[in-house]
Write a protein that binds this ligand. Structure first.
Ligand SMILES: N[C@@H](CCC(=O)N[C@@H](CS)C(=O)NCC(=O)O)C(=O)O
Length: 313
């Protein structure tokens, strides 16, 4: 199926972008790829997001989807078949997927950054250190380095569980069809295989997991065509956002409602710039902001609620 309007702002080495690229492969989608810088400044990205600087970001016309959670959600709505949730456990798998975004990704980052130690280019160490370890990042990096055997033991538990899950001969984690949860686990495994010097030897203990990795890799990334950042901004400017104003949810715990001015930021202090905007829609799992900029015109920026903080401005 082709959907030429999907644009992914990403760079090849990003594991979270790999999650989105595998998701495109599962659904067999065509997409445009804008390569963004690995470290800020990223002005051609942040003009679209309103300041969010993480990777990846998906754009469809004048709708901007921040965070892989939000990207998977939007793809599932737009292209329901084949489903990211082919078994009846979608609620459970969303919870587990969220755990892979949080605790599991965090563990893989600690292993990769901790093992690189002093070999990390200083600018990259400072940027990623601050993002993932907070204000006391230099100490966090050192601690990750000295805790490597412990961190590896934590990762090994998860890999054992996954390998066991595949023991009945199923091709993928939840059965014979690939699902969102495959992309969600795969990105952490792909990261430690590719960026931890001991990764391939560590993973070789798990024969079923390695077979699963090969099957995921064989799904591919759908059909990718490169696009420039300037073209993507022009697409946003020429398009109208598609989200219709939401209704007020009387049960929203924060009392969020369309028309409110808010800021959104990741709930862990990575020193990131909060995104300002006016709420178009706020549901239990997604908040959408309207923003205007002379370069992009009016755009809608979507964030997951899980893992993000919305503050009333
Ligand atoms: N929770 C976010 C995490 C995104 C994330 O941390 N991505 C990494 C790249 S794999 C990142 O943004 N690194 C800093 C950067 O690219 O500037 C998601 O699921 O999309």
């Amino acid at each position: 199926m082709t959907d030429p309007d999907i644009i992914l702002h990403n760079y090849p080495q990003s594991p979270v972008a790999e999650k989105a690229r595998v998701a495109f492969g599962i659904k067999g989608l065509a997409w445009r790829s804008v390569e963004i810088p690995r470290i800020p400044p990223k002005p051609m990205l942040t003009v679209l997001t309103g300041g969010y600087r993480r990777t990846p970001v998906m754009q469809i016309g004048a709708d901007i989807y921040c965070d892989s959670q939000c990207i998977l959600h939007a793809l599932e709505r737009r292209h329901p078949s084949p489903s990211f949730y082919p078994t009846p456990e979608s609620g459970l798998l969303r919870c587990l997927g969220r755990w892979t975004d949080g605790a599991l990704f965090d563990l893989s980052v600690r292993i990769v950054l901790g093992s690189a130690g002093d070999a990390l280019p200083p600018e990259f160490a400072e940027d990623r250190g601050r993002l993932y370890f907070g204000p006391d990042w230099a100490r966090g990096l050192k601690e990750a380095n000295s805790a490597l055997p412990h961190l590896a033991a934590q990762m090994r538990v998860v890999l054992h569980w996954l390998d066991d899950q595949l023991a009945d001969g199923r091709r993928f984690i939840s059965g014979d069809a690939p699902a969102a949860i495959d992309a969600q686990f795969y990105h952490a495994v792909w990261f430690i295989r590719g960026r931890w010097d001991r990764g391939p030897a560590f993973l070789s203990e798990f024969a079923r997991l390695e077979r699963w990795e090969a099957d995921i890799a064989a799904l591919g990334h759908g059909t990718m065509t490169p696009m420039s950042a300037g073209e993507a901004i022009a697409v946003a400017r020429a398009a109208e956002p598609t989200t219709t104003p939401g209704i007020t949810d009387p049960l929203d715990p924060q009392g969020l409602a369309p028309g409110m001015a808010v800021t959104v930021s990741p709930d862990l202090d990575g020193g990131e710039q909060p995104v300002q905007g006016v709420i178009v829609s706020a549901t239990a799992d997604t908040v959408t902001l309207r923003r205007s900029d002379p370069e992009t015109g009016t755009i809608h920026v979507h964030f997951p609620r899980a893992g993000y903080r919305v503050d009333i401005a």
